[in-house]
Design a protein around this ligand. Structure first.
Ligand code: FES
Length: 135
């Protein structure tokens, strides 16, 4: 009898999770109030990138895995397909679950009360963002 692997609860449990210290971009290069999608080639090749969303509010940047808590698919596959309210919420474009900008918690939809996977960030003096260490 086979059993399916446990559902990942944290970003670092996902296939091809990036190593702490992986460089991303500078926070100054991110649009303020708009989620920015990134795809990292961390060993999964072009068909299995590690998908991130970076959310900038002023000088603050948060990162979540671009993976809906409902079906585990991207909230949007392309930047132009993102549904969001600046500084407030991001909505999955599959079944329209809405997540809070501040903490990634689903506040309306089929996965209400679940969360996007938060990814820790580190930032140096020049504003370069990198993947942080798991808490
Ligand atoms: S896959 Fe995102 S709401 Fe269903």
């Amino acid at each position: 009898m086979s059993s399916s692997p446990p559902t990942p609860q944290h970003w670092f449990e996902l296939p091809h999770a990036p190593e702490p210290g992986t460089p991303l971009c500078t926070w100054q290069g991110l649009a303020d109030g708009q989620p920015t999608l990134m795809e990292l080639d961390t060993g999964g090749g072009p068909t299995q990138p590690f998908r991130l969303m970076l959310l900038r509010s002023g000088t603050q940047v948060k990162a979540f895995v671009n993976r809906c808590a409902h079906f585990g698919v991207p909230l949007a596959a392309k930047q132009a397909q993102l549904i969001f309210k600046p500084h407030t919420s991001i909505t999955c474009n599959v079944h329209y679950a809405r997540y809070r900008w501040a903490d990634g918690v689903c506040e309306a939809g089929d996965c209400e009360g679940e969360s996007l996977m938060a990814v820790p960030l580190e930032q140096d003096e020049a504003g370069q963002l990198r993947i942080g260490r798991p808490a």
